[in-house]
Design a protein around this ligand. Sequence first.
Ligand code: SF4
Length: 474
Amino acid sequence: MCGILGYCAREWDPGLVKFFGLQGFNLQHRGQENFGCTYSNGRKFSHFKDRGLVSQVFTKERREDFTAARPLIAIAQTRYATAGGTDAISAQPHWMTLLDGFYSNATNGDLPLLQKEIAELEKSGTVMLSGNDGEVILKKILHGAREHGGDLVGGIRRLMETTPGAYSGCLMTLTELYLYRDPHGFRPLYFGRWRDAVVFSSESCAFHERDATIEREVLPGEVIRFDVFGKREHFQAVPTHAPRQQCIFEPIYFARPDSRVFGDEKEVGHFRYLLGRRLANEHALEDAAIVPVPDSGRYAAVGYASQSGLPLRELLVRNPYIPRTFQIAGQANREDLVRLKFTVMHQLLRQYRRFLLVDDSLVRSTTLRILISMIRDAAEETGLSRDDVEVHVRVASPPIIGCCYYGIDTPEMDELAAANQSIQEIAKGIDADSLEYLSLDGLDAVAGEFANSHDFCHACFTGRYPTPFLPRSR
Ligand code: SF4
């Protein structure tokens, strides 16, 4: 999963460097492994990309270089690697200088037949550097454009017609910016305006700063071309595949709570709140303190508490400087980070003793297993026995029984808790007194309050995949 962002302007505005940096900070949650940027002042391009956070890569020196270049177009990506390494060559944007010009591209999402696409490109003589989805997409667009007399819209159309995928992307030349989204609309992409510049971003939270306005999302199968002379053209490159397959995991877990995704007016945090209310109706528990699993379980916990009338208590404190464990490679690293990331409020343990933890999802079960063990350890530290506290768990989404091939890096099948164990076995494995999940019908009912519930992909909950896919080599 990644975030893409950038702008296209007719004239350089010194405020753009700050706006651009803030956009990156606001999409940091979508990828913390790499940050990269390509920019052009209409005559000359520059680029940088590296391992690290936006604040570590977009350094003072790079900001000064950026400002000195007075760029009219910039594209960037915050990256979480689902294919390829985390070295700078795998980071995005990718770029190529050909005889007919300069091209750079960044994407958010995955190609479910990536290995097949790479094999076909290599067979046609194309040299792959990183082998990740963004590079394949750039090269396929340029191949397709060549077949259409150099027309990049034709190249993107060719990509959409021939390559199943879950991607939103941005492609630039020295003077043009193209935004595009796959025909199923798996991943979100918004554009709008800041002063005189067209700005775009994977999520609407990147528009909150400094008076930017959202115009709308890029539609599935659509290409929008902007240039530095102020021209703008829209192309419905291929028909939308109906129903859409917007990733339901974006509002469940991935997107920021203050974002709107998939064109809805309501914020993601409200979606999670409604999931929590529904969960309380489906799986009630009496006489317990409701405990959010910070941070992404918080809104569902508030919803559960509000629907049940039970008290909401912050038993778990999260250190905000530790990254999302979902995005950390290696089980040992993840377990260490969970222990570093959370602490338990001892006083609340003595006060309540019966707790209901609410989380947004349960993937491997690592986080909940360690949290429950930490709660029982803390009980002993306060003079109670481990079994003097009851710890129940409610999950505000259905059991995850399949991998994602569309850009969310869920683990392999053998690591997915619900793909291999019954709910009772998972509860035992994490040492919970009870465990319940939101039903698929419940998720659909809440999704239906936001958009047409049929417009969402649920493949990781149902095992019914909307496109062909190949297992990934990691
Ligand atoms: Fe999202 Fe799951 Fe579909 Fe992947 S399989 S796109 S995580 S809903």
